[in-house]
Design a protein around this ligand. Structure first.
Ligand code: G6P
Length: 366
């Protein structure tokens, strides 16, 4: 009811603004990295596995895609991420030393549960879930679990469940790295410090809301949008595009920026806003030349940069600067700005933000 919403107009907005707190809740009590964060016996499981298979749907699938970048980079374990409804029906080559990871806000998504059972039927017994509902079927079905503490999520478009999943997946990355002897005490301390600082860092992104609202006014008048990212921010571009199409009904697509020249560049005109996630990482110079390709075709760039990205606004180039550069955890900050952009674009278009047409919060039938 209205009382529960407090100062917010929609549950989605309330849930976006709850993220500093629920990330803190999800990490509460984590004073050190250890496999047992995922349950008894996790050390033995993590010791035995030499690959990871992530199964999920929707927004949860995109947190899995982000985790692939983290796990392969930090823990050096190969990761496959599959859409549950595809995996369950295709012929795949099972490997017994696989850690099967399901990711689900509800823990009741029919396709994800079926994909888990399919993996098990192929002889893969090491199962772990990242889930927001402790009493769900998914948690009962998996041997290991990390329960995110996002609280009840009402908005159909997932926001706080996603960022808490990312926090849990980062803990999984560090735990796997530790078991593989790839996490020094100094690294562990530095990562824990960065994680503890996340609520403050997210709050500073939330403070950008007025600037993002001004952009959303432009977007509300468009019928198409393109989202670009590279590396671990490519899945965030996918999630940003999904958020925008789910609630504003603007057609949005995401591409890894290096793929622009292989197709989407043909779509770029003055009518096409191009959202670019541009953290100051090792790919920034490549990304700048991708942005140049867009500008040369008259495309309007809306760039989420960092304090030190050295990108300045100009003709056809709009820049919002995130307050700090956040290294490996940067996807968690950048997605918050895209959630706000989608929310305000939908608000400007007058759609039913919390209950978009044709969509359900939890898809428990096929
Ligand atoms: C539905 C929801 C999405 C969600 C997806 C997977 O499509 O609208 O927000 O990401 O299901 O749900 P799960 O509960 O498994 O994360």
């Amino acid at each position: 009811g209205a009382a529960e919403l407090g100062p917010y107009r929609h549950y989605m907005q309330k849930e976006i603004f709850e993220q500093p707190r629920v990330i803190g809740d999800t990490l509460e009590g984590v004073t050190g990295i250890m496999p047992e964060l995922f349950g008894d016996g996790a050390y033995n499981v993590f010791k035995q596995i030499d690959r990871v298979l992530i199964l999920a749907c929707g927004t949860s699938y995109y947190s899995g895609l982000t985790a692939k970048y983290w796990i392969e980079s930090v823990a050096k374990i190969p990761v496959n991420v599959e859409i549950a409804s595809e995996y369950r029906y295709r012929d795949s080559v099972p490997h017994p030393n696989t850690l099967v990871v399901t990711i689900s806000q509800s823990g009741e998504t029919a396709d994800t549960l079926a994909a888990l059972k399919h993996a098990r039927s192929l002889g893969m017994e090491h199962t772990l879930t990242i889930c927001n509902v402790a009493t769900s079927a998914m948690v009962r079905e998996c041997k290991l679990a990390y329960i995110t503490r996002a609280g009840v999520e009402v908005g159909v478009a997932s926001t706080k469940a996603f960022t808490t999943q990312l926090a849990a997946l980062f803990l999984l990355t560090l735990s796997l790295a530790q078991v593989n002897g790839l996490l020094s005490d100094a690294d562990e301390a530095a990562h824990l410090k960065a994680m503890r600082h996340l609520p403050v860092a997210i709050s500073s992104v939330l403070a950008l809301e007025p600037q993002i609202m001004a952009w959303a006014e432009d977007f509300a008048r468009k019928e198409n949008a393109l989202f670009l990212g590279r590396g671990m921010h490519y899945p965030i571009a996918l999630e940003g595009a999904l958020k925008l199409k789910e609630i504003s009904y603007i057609h949005a697509e995401a591409y890894p920026a290096g793929e622009l020249k292989h197709g989407p560049l043909a779509l770029v005109t003055e009518e096409m806003p191009v959202v670019t996630i541009a953290p100051n990482d090792t790919l920034i110079e490549k990304l700048k030349s991708n942005m140049q390709e867009v500008r040369a075709r008259g495309g309007q760039l809306y760039v989420f940069a960092d304090v030190d990205s050295r990108i300045t606004s100009g003709e056809g180039l709009h820049v919002i600067r995130l307050p700090e550069h956040y290294g490996l955890l940067s996807p968690i900050l950048h997605v918050v700005s895209l959630q706000l952009l989608a929310y305000h674009a939908a608000l400007a278009r007058g759609t039913d933000v919390d209950k978009p047409r044709n969509l359900a919060k939890s898809v428990t039938v096929e």
